[in-house]
Design a protein around this ligand. Structure first.
Ligand code: NAP
Length: 279
C-alpha cells in the first residue's frame, strides 16, 4: 500500500514538472552574459529570478522582458561577496521549489599583474568567482537531486585553460569552475541533475572596462548574443563542457582523453624512476 502511495506521489510530481517550466535563477543578470541568458530563458517561457547589485538595471530589463514575454520575474539585489547578502540568495535557492535551473554567471576580473593587485582585491575576486559560485551550487544541489531533475550552469572561461594569458588569479578561479563542474557532473548526473561548464573567450561586455582594458583593442571578440546562443546549444545537448569559440571540437576531446589516460597511473606505491635520487 505504502509503495503504491509513493508511486502515485512520484507520478504526480513528474507530471507537474513536465507541464511547468522551471524558474531560472541567474546571477550577474544586470548586464552582459547574464542579461543575455535572462532574455533567452524569458523567451523560452521560463520565470526568472535575477540577482546582481544594480537594481535599476535589473528593473529595466525585467520590465521589458515581462512586457515582451509575459513571464514572472523577481529581482534580488545582492552583493555576492557579502556573506549576509549572499545568504539571502542561498536561502532562495534552497527553499524555492520552483527554481530548477541555476545560472552561476556573476564574475569579475582584475586589472594589472599579480604584483600590482592588492590582497584585498584578490580576496574579493576569489570570493565572487569561486566561493559564491560553489555556495550557490551547494544550496540548490540537494533539492534538485531530491527532485531528480534540474540544471546548474557554471560560467568559467578559456583563461582557466591558459596560464599563458597572464591572468593568474582570474584564470585560477576559472580552473576551479571547470574542475568543480566536471566533478559535480560525475556525482549528480545519476540523480538527474545536469551540470554544465561554459568556457567563453573574449566577449564584448563591460567586464573588460572594469579590468582597465579597452575591448576594441582586442581581436577575436565575440558578441554577447552569439556567445549565449552557442552556450544554450550546448545546454540543450546536455554537454558537460561547452567552449563556444573552439571551432575544432576534437581538440577538447583529445585533451580530455590525454588527461584521463594519466589517471590509472596515479596510484603507485613508489616514485617514478625519474624522481629516484639515484637516477
Ligand atoms: P559583466 O558585463 O561585467 O557582468 C558581470 C555581472 O556580474 C553583472 O551583472 C554584475 O552586476 C554582476 N556582479 C559583479 N560583481 C558582483 C557582485 N559582487 N555581486 C553580485 N553580482 C555581481 O561581465 P560578463 O562578461 O557578462 O561576465 C559574466 C561571466 O562571464 C563572468 O563569470 C566572467 O568571468 C565570464 N566570462 C566573461 C568573458 C568576457 O570576455 N566577457 C570571457 C570569459 C568568461 P552588478 O554590477 O549589478 O552587481
Amino acid at each position: 500500500m505504502m509503495t503504491l502511495i509513493i508511486n502515485i506521489v512520484s507520478m504526480l510530481r513528474k507530471g507537474n514538472a513536465m507541464t511547468d517550466k522551471p524558474t531560472v535563477l541567474i546571477t550577474g543578470a544586470s548586464t552582459g552574459i547574464g542579461a543575455a541568458y535572462a532574455e533567452r530563458f524569458a523567451r523560452r517561457g521560463h520565470d526568472l529570478v535575477l540577482v546582481a547589485r544594480n537594481t535599476a538595471r535589473m528593473e529595466a530589463l525585467a520590465d521589458r522582458l515581462r512586457r515582451d514575454t509575459g513571464v514572472t520575474i523577481d529581482i534580488v539585489a545582492a552583493d555576492l561577496v557579502d556573506p549576509a547578502e549572499r545568504a539571502v540568495v542561498e536561502a532562495r535557492l534552497r527553499d524555492d521549489a520552483r527554481i530548477g535551473i541555476l545560472i552561476n554567471n556573476a564574475g569579475a576580473s582584475l586589472a594589472g599583474t599579480f604584483l600590482d593587485q592588492t590582497a584585498d582585491d584578490i580576496d574579493r575576486l576569489v570570493a565572487l568567482n569561486t566561493t559564491a559560485l560553489v555556495r550557490l551550487a551547494h544550496a540548490v544541489a540537494p533539492r534538485l537531486a531530491q527532485a531528480g531533475e534540474g540544471a546548474i550552469v557554471n560560467i568559467g572561461s578559456v583563461v582557466g585553460l591558459a596560464p599563458e594569458f597572464g591572468m593568474p588569479v582570474y584564470g585560477a578561479t576559472k580552473s576551479f569552475v571547470l574542475h568543480l563542474s566536471q566533478a559535480l557532473s560525475l556525482q549528480l548526473a545519476s540523480q538527474g541533475v545536469y551540470v554544465q561548464a561554459v568556457l567563453p573567450a573574449a566577449t564584448r561586455t563591460e567586464i573588460w572596462g572594469h579590468a582597465g582594458v579597452d575591448v576594441d583593442t582586442l581581436s577575436g571578440v565575440m558578441e554577447v548574443d552569439d556567445r549565449v546562443d552557442a552556450a544554450l546549444v550546448g545546454f540543450d545537448r546536455r554537454e558537460i563542457v561547452t567552449i563556444p569559440p573552439l571551432h575544432d571540437g576534437g581538440q577538447w576531446t583529445d585533451f580530455e582523453a590525454a588527461r584521463q589516460a594519466m589517471i590509472p597511473g596515479f596510484a603507485q606505491s613508489r616514485p617514478a624512476d625519474h624522481y629516484l635520487a639515484s637516477a
